[in-house]
Design a protein around this ligand. Structure first.
Ligand SMILES: C[S@@+](CC[C@H](N)C(=O)[O-])C[C@H]1O[C@@H](n2cnc3c(N)ncnc32)[C@H](O)[C@@H]1O
Length: 367
């Protein structure tokens, strides 16, 4: 069961549309992808689940769809958490039947209401913290303009800050990117490559803080790539080049009125003849396999001219999480990227500490 508590007209102005033909193309070309660009074990079940939910629910309310977003957003802001049905068909039928039993359904109903009230209270408390962060960023940066459309997809809670409509999810990524631009001059970041960007919140954060940004290339697996692509299409200040458009017309020239976002699946990065100033990965290399990360490192070292910023949990996930063959910890990532880049010993994390990110989770490399 999902809840839609706050259908705000202003948020609905920027509608996230479905594009069945894009999803279909991504799924069918994924079947022809070759290792290491296939979906790694950790993400296989997520990918299946997300596709199933996309076909069932569509995208118009995706920011409040907990079942869809669980697993690839940092915090479940915008959603009411719920107990998810198992993936297995038989188990999910039993799960749904048990929920409908007279006495049990009362208990579940009671707890759902409690969880819903708590989620809304957490959003309100987080808003207070986030307003403080937004004021700090506004005081520290000469350019700070969040794009319109951040709240498209109908999160349960949004708030107005100055003339902007903001959702809590965005502010964590904004804090990360503000930390980055405290160390790197925005003029040095005209083009950016991100691997595993989730919903592309960090793209929106870069656009908010960097008026020199021209192009971002986001690389992800089909299910999440589809969601982020359609989300970015609802943001008027972005020119989105989706996978189908890319195959049809190639890479368009940079349009200086809009930031261009090329939204590409894993197997396509090797075919993209572009160079980038910086590359970024946050908390997704640690969910892949070592050969896959090495292959991304090889492409990044060919294509990236200035630097790479990685965020990852020091110890990685617990062994065998989601069927992952070997743990990817920060030590592995450090060795992996040190072959092509020079690690800089700088403490970059400041504002993003408020979201539990530590300096030990950050690796900052330059060429
Ligand atoms: C935990 S989420 C992190 C999302 C975002 N970077 C963040 O910091 O919240 C992991 C992301 O990695 C993506 N991913 C999984 N396997 C991938 C692969 N082989 N190549 C690129 N991205 C992948 C997922 O689809 C998802 O977007």
């Amino acid at each position: 069961m999902r809840y839609n508590l706050a259908k705000k007209p202003i948020a609905m102005k920027y509608i996230v549309k479905d594009d069945e033909s894009l999803l279909k193309k991504l799924i069918s070309d994924n079947n022809n992808a070759k290792y290491p660009w296939t979906i790694t074990p950790y993400w296989q079940n997520y990918n299946k689940r997300i596709i199933k939910i996309l076909k069932r629910d569509g995208l118009s309310d995706f920011q409040s769809n907990f079942e869809l977003l669980k697993g690839f957003i940092s915090n479940a802001y915008g959603c009411i958490p719920d107990i998810l049905p198992p993936n297995n068909f038989i188990k999910s039928i039993i799960f749904k039947a048990v929920h409908k039993l007279p006495f049990i359904s009362n208990i579940f109903g009671f707890y759902r209401e409690l969880i819903s009230d708590q989620a809304i209270n957490i959003e309100k408390i987080q808003e207070l913290i986030n307003v403080d962060i937004l004021n700090t960023i506004n005081g520290e940066f000469t350019y700070f303009k969040p794009p319109k459309g951040i709240c498209s997809g109908n999160p349960i809670h949004t708030f107005n800050w100055n003339e902007y409509e903001i959702s809590n999810s965005f502010v964590e990524y904004l804090s990360r990117v503000a930390d980055f631009y405290k160390k790197v001059n925005p003029q040095e970041v005209k083009t950016l490559l991100e691997i595993g960007p989730g919903l592309c919140w960090s793209t929106l954060a870069h656009i908010s803080l960097n008026p020199y940004l021209e192009r971002v290339v986001n690389v992800d697996i089909p299910s999440t790539l589809y969601v982020s692509t359609q989300f970015l299409k609802s943001i008027p200040s972005i020119e989105v080049v989706d996978y189908k458009k890319l195959l049809e017309i190639g890479i368009p020239k940079i349009n200086h009125n809009k930031v261009q976002c090329l939204q590409i699946p894993t197997w396509e990065l090797q075919n993209i003849d572009l160079e980038f100033d910086w590359a970024h990965n946050a908390f997704s290399f640690m969910e892949m396999e070592k050969e896959v990360v090495n292959s991304y490192r090889d492409l990044i070292s060919q294509k990236v001219k200035k630097g790479v910023w990685l965020l990852s949990m020091v110890k990685g996930h617990k062994p065998n999480a989601g069927g992952q063959k070997s743990v990817i910890n920060i030590e592995f990532l450090e060795k992996c990227f040190s072959s092509s880049f020079t690690k800089q010993r700088i403490d970059i994390i400041n504002l993003s500490k408020k979201f539990g990110i530590k300096n030990q989770d950050s690796l900052f490399f330059t060429k």
